[in-house]
Structure formats: structure tokens, C-alpha cells
Design a protein around this ligand. Structure first.
Ligand code: SF4
Length: 222
């Protein structure tokens, strides 16, 4: 990836330097409030990024140790990058969205979630999963001295926003970084994400992320 002038490189979980559009949102638009936007995947990010980018210096943070299948993890990451590169190209006269990748803490997730393997989707395993991803996002936002953090997870009609907001406000207290209180599924956020995913030709997965939910879904379909 090409280095843009004035940008500070980050190191991703594979040890590669990331330059340019990934962080230009911070480096080139200091007048806008900065937000670290946790992204679960490319399709869910589309309408959230479109909504935030005109008003915030957005850096997308891919931190998803819950995607237990490694191939799937990298496929979703690459789909997210496919979207961000195309989106940034389309809006290069107006703004640039940054990108940052967290560690793939798969074993850490499995250590905690395996005991909750039989929980239904939306149950205690999902509470733990939201908490793990949002806590890391808030921690990272504090480390980077950003003003806000939030997540694309709320764009899904299957995700309970009240739980996400409660967690976000708790983490705001802990870290001092403000939780950006937006339920992205509102204002047709999910419908718009479907439209934009088609427009950008993005891979759209048909299961949430962990193999626990994937196998339970497969069993139901038998
Ligand atoms: S179903 Fe989705 S939200 Fe729930 S634990 Fe699995 S990956 Fe996380």
C-alpha cells in the first residue's frame, strides 16, 4: 500500500507497516472530532462509514477475535479493506477514512467463550463477545488520544443496541473516551448497508462470526 505524505505508520497484527489512507483520516483532518469505529466486517461498515465520514475523522478498527475460523477472519478483513479503498477513492476530494487492525486474539476469545458454547445467539456468549471487542476499542481509542469510540455492530437488526450502549457508557467512564451513541440500524442503516455492499461488490457472510453460532445454524438447517 502506498504511503501518503504526513501520515504516521501503524503496525498491524501481522507486523506489516500500514500507511496512507489507513490513517489519513486522523492526520489530514485535525479539525474534525476523531472517532475509532470498531468494524465487525466490510458490509456492516459501509453505511456507518458513509454516515460518519463527512463529520468525523474516522479510523476503522478491525478487532474481531470472535471470528474463530481463520480463513473467514482474513476474508472479512480483506473485504473491509476492499470497501475502504474503494470508498476512499470515491471521496478523495472530501475526506479519507483511516484503517487500523488489532491483534487476532482468537485463543483469548475461545478461552472465555467455550464455556458458553451452548448459549443461543443473543445470550451470554454474545454479551461477552460485545464486551471484549468494545473494551479493546475503547482502550485503543484512549491510547491514541481519540475523542470518541463506537462500533458498527449496531447496524445489524440482530444486535441489541441497549446492551451495546450500556457497555459503551461504562467504558466511557473507565477510559475517559466518549462513546458515540448512534444506533446505526436506525434511519435505514441496515438497508443502506445492503445497497452499498452490492454497489462495492462485497462478500456478505451468512453467519455472525463464531463457529458456535455457525454450527448451531447449520444444525437448524438440517
Ligand atoms: S454469535 Fe456473534 S456476537 Fe455472539 S458470540 Fe458468536 S460471534 Fe459473538
Amino acid at each position: 500500500m502506498k504511503k501518503a505524505d504526513g501520515c504516521i505508520p501503524f503496525v498491524n497484527s501481522e507486523g506489516s507497516l500500514i500507511y496512507g489512507s489507513e490513517i489519513a483520516g486522523i492526520a489530514l483532518m485535525p479539525e474534525k472530532p476523531s472517532v475509532l469505529l470498531h468494524a465487525c466486517c466490510g458490509p456492516c461498515s459501509t453505511s456507518c462509514v458513509e454516515r460518519l465520514a463527512p463529520d468525523y475523522a474516522v479510523t476503522v478498527y478491525y478487532y474481531n477475535p470472535n471470528i474463530t475460523d481463520r480463513e473467514e477472519y482474513y476474508l472479512r478483513r480483506d473485504t473491509l479493506l476492499q470497501f475502504l479503498n474503494a470508498f476512499n477513492e470515491d471521496h478523495k476530494e472530501s475526506f479519507t477514512v483511516g484503517y487500523l487492525e488489532g491483534a487476532y486474539d482468537r485463543e483469548k476469545y475461545l478461552d472465555k467463550a467455550t464455556a458458553l458454547a451452548d448459549e443461543p445467539e443473543g445470550g451470554k456468549r454474545c454479551d461477552l463477545c460485545f464486551a471484549m471487542r468494545l473494551a479493546e476499542t475503547a482502550r485503543k481509542a484512549a491510547e491514541m488520544e481519540m475523542e470518541y469510540f463506537t462500533t458498527t455492530m449496531s447496524v445489524s437488526p440482530h444486535k441489541n443496541y441497549d446492551k451495546i450502549k450500556e457497555l459503551g457508557l461504562m467504558l466511557q467512564e473507565e477510559t475517559g473516551v466518549k462513546f458515540l451513541d448512534i444506533d446505526f440500524k436506525k434511519k435505514n442503516g441496515f438497508g443502506r448497508s445492503v445497497e452499498l455492499s452490492k454497489k462495492y461488490g462485497l462478500y456478505r457472510q451468512n453467519f455472525c462470526g463464531c463457529d458456535f453460532a455457525r454450527y448451531a445454524q447449520n444444525d437448524r438447517q438440517k
